[in-house]
Design a protein around this ligand. Structure first.
Ligand code: PGA
Length: 252
C-alpha cells in the first residue's frame, strides 16, 4: 500500500506568528474534530520557523520539511543553509527541484544532483519535483522532458536510496496560475513516471514510491485529482495557506 502524502509548500509566506498559530490551529482541529483522513501531512514553512514548527509538531501526526538546502555542507556560502544545520534541529525532509528554484535561482540538474547527494548523506527524505513548461507541452515533448529530468538526477541514485524519495509531478504552467492539469493529463504523466521507476529499479520500487501532483490543487478539484490510480497525494501552494481550504483538501 503506497503512502498518501499531502505537503503544504508555504514558499515565502507567513511570519513567525502566522506560521506557529496555523500549525497549532491545524493540530487542534485535526484532533478535536477527529478528522478522518488517510494522508501523511507535511508542512514546509520558511527557514527561520523550521525549528519552532518542528517543536510544535513533535509527537503529532504532522511533520515538517525544508523548502531547500544548499549543495555544500559548510563554508563561505553567504545566506545559505546546509543539510547538516537542518539535521541539527531535527528536520528530516526536504523539497528539491521545485520549478521556482530553477526559474529564480538557476538550479539545474547538475546542482540538483549535488543537493540530492548531500540530502541522502544526512538521511533526508526527499520530495523531488519534476514537470514540463507550457512550451514543452505544446510541442508534445512533456514526457521526454520529465524523463530527462529524472535521468539526470534521481536515476543516478541506488536502489536502496529509493526508500528516501517521493516524487512530485508539477507542470510548471499549472503552478500558481489557477490552471491545473486535467485528472487524465495528470494520471497519464504519473503512470508514465511510475513506469520509468519500474524500468530503472523494478516493480518493488515502482509499486512503493509515492507520486504527488502539484499545480493549482484546491478544495474543489482535489478529490478528483487524488482519486486517480497513480496519484498518491499533492504538493499544495496557495490553497495550503487557507485553513478552510487546506482542511477540505485533507478530507478529499
Ligand atoms: P500552487 O503551488 O498550489 O500555488 O499552484 C504548488 C507548488 O508550487 O508546489
Amino acid at each position: 500500500m503506497r503512502e498518501k502524502i499531502l505537503i503544504a509548500n508555504w514558499k515565502m509566506n507567513y511570519d513567525f506568528y502566522e506560521t506557529t498559530s496555523f500549525i497549532r490551529n491545524l493540530l487542534k482541529v485535526l484532533f478535536d474534530k477527529k478528522i478522518n483522513h488517510n494522508k501523511k501531512i507535511i508542512i514546509a514553512p520558511s527557514f527561520p520557523f523550521l525549528h519552532i514548527s518542528n517543536q510544535i509538531s513533535q509527537g503529532t501526526t504532522l511533520s515538517i520539511a525544508s523548502q531547500n538546502i544548499h549543495q555544500k555542507n559548510k563554508g563561505a556560502y553567504t545566506g545559505e543553509v546546509s543539510a547538516e544545520m537542518l539535521k541539527s534541529i531535527g528536520i528530516k525532509k526536504v523539497l528539491l527541484g521545485h520549478s521556482e528554484r530553477k526559474i529564480h535561482f538557476f538550479e539545474n540538474n547538475c546542482i540538483l544532483l549535488k543537493k540530492i547527494k548531500i540530502a541522502l548523506k544526512y538521511n533526508f527524505h526527499i520530495i523531488f519535483c519534476v514537470g514540463e513548461t507550457i512550451t514543452d507541452r505544446k510541442k508534445n515533448i512533456h514526457f521526454s522532458v520529465v524523463k530527462n529530468q529524472l535521468k539526470d538526477t534521481v536515476f543516478h541514485c541506488s536502489l536502496d536510496e529509493m526508500n528516501y524519495f517521493s516524487i512530485a509531478y508539477e507542470p510548471v504552467w499549472a503552478i500558481g496560475t489557477g490552471l491545473t492539469a486535467s485528472p487524465k493529463e495528470a494520471q497519464d504523466m504519473h503512470k508514465f513516471i511510475r513506469l520509468l521507476f519500474m524500468e530503472q529499479y523494478g516493480k518493488k520500487v515502482s509499486d512503493k514510491i509515492s507520486i504527488l501532483y502539484g499545480g493549482s490543487v484546491n478544495d474543489i478539484n482535489a478529490k478528483e485529482i487524488f482519486s486517480q490510480e497513480d496519484i498518491d497525494g499533492g504538493l499544495i501552494g496557495n490553497s495550503s495557506l487557507d485553513m478552510n481550504k487546506f482542511l477540505k483538501i485533507i478530507k478529499s
